[in-house]
Design a protein around this ligand. Structure first.
Ligand code: AMP
Ligand code: ZN
Ligand code: FE
Ligand code: FE
Length: 281
């Protein structure tokens, strides 16, 4: 089983990279992608957990913003982790997430929500890419909301008055850096409409020109109809079709390997990299 998109405590998942690999093993995953938000800091620890039954696809989920302000997530897989431009891009995104968090807290406080940056820092593992899920956890700890999900529904969703964006590359810039670093680019849950405004179908042409390799079609945040349209787009543009869990530990309902990628589609992606970088035991 191939699951190419999961998160650890290096971003907003709740399993350490080591535990993540062990969970994947237990679930029968044979090829696991570790794709923390804007970070590669979990790679080394994940590598220490691999066994002969499981291979690792090192990657990251890059937060992007289109020029008209639509939030897009781009999975970069099998790129060179030492690539300077890539690390610079990820670092800039992580750094600007801190003032962005302060701004969101300011807006919440102005409306009477008693939350502070200290509360959020307590909720975030050291070194983790700081994100809204940590703010959600802090709101839960304070008794302001009951769950992460409720926090997003009521206060933190993309169209909320408390939402603030952080510096992020455009999707085409992210694709181009991923490809320059020798990896492959797969657009994550492009039609996840319940999260907010989504990309228009016409935009895929530009992404293809930038070097896009695949589309994450099978994902719980996309309806059967949305998955059907995406499958047609992928076939028309000769892009790989992936499916993945987007597992976040207990931080989300998604269970490991609830969606998977067909081996032939994975082969199509792996063969488009500039070097063999899958890590085996
Ligand atoms: P950020 O990167 O700070 O903008 O936060 C985005 C993260 O929030 C993504 O990883 C999503 O998986 C997560 N997220 C979005 N909606 C929810 C939700 N309803 N419950 C838990 N996590 C969510
Ligand atoms: Zn996440
Ligand atoms: Fe995502
Ligand atoms: Fe994700």
């Amino acid at each position: 089983m191939i699951d190419l998109h999961t998160h650890s405590t290096c971003s907003d998942g709740t399993d350490s990279p080591f535990a993540l690999v062990k969970k994947a093993l237990a679930a029968g995953v044979t090829t696991l992608g570790i794709t923390d938000h804007d970070s590669t800091s979990g790679w080394n620890e994940a590598i220490t957990a691999i066994q002969p039954q499981i291979q690792l696809v090192l990657g990251a989920e890059i937060s992007c913003l289109t020029t008209d302000g639509i939030s897009v997530h781009m999975l970069g897989l099998l790129f060179d982790g030492e690539h300077q431009e890539m690390q610079q891009m990820l670092e800039e995104s992580r750094d600007t997430r801190i003032p962005r968090m302060r701004k969101m807290i300011e807006l919440l406080r102005a409306d009477g929500y008693e939350i502070s940056i200290e509360d959020v820092n307590r909720a975030a593992p050291i070194g983790a890419t700081l994100g809204r899920p940590h703010l959600a956890d802090a709101l839960v700890a304070k008794g302001i909301v009951a769950t992460r999900d409720e926090a997003f529904l009521e206060l933190l969703h993309n169209d909320s008055k408390y939402y603030v964006s952080h510096a992020a590359p455009t999707p085409t810039d992210a694709i181009s850096v991923i490809r320059k670093a020798g990896g492959v680019a797969v657009i994550a849950h492009p039609f996840a409409s319940r999260r907010g405004e989504i990309l228009r179908a016409e935009s895929f042409g530009d992404l293809l020109v930038a070097g896009l390799n695949g589309i994450e079609v099978h994902h719980r945040d996309q309806s059967a109809d949305e998955q059907k349209v995406l499958t047609e787009i992928a076939k028309e543009l000769n892009l790989a079709i992936t499916g993945s869990s987007d597992y976040h530990g207990t931080g989300k309902l998604n269970s490991m390997a609830e969606n998977t990628t067909h081996p032939a589609q994975w082969e199509m992606l792996e063969s488009a990299t500039n070097a063999r970088r899958v890590v085996t035991a």
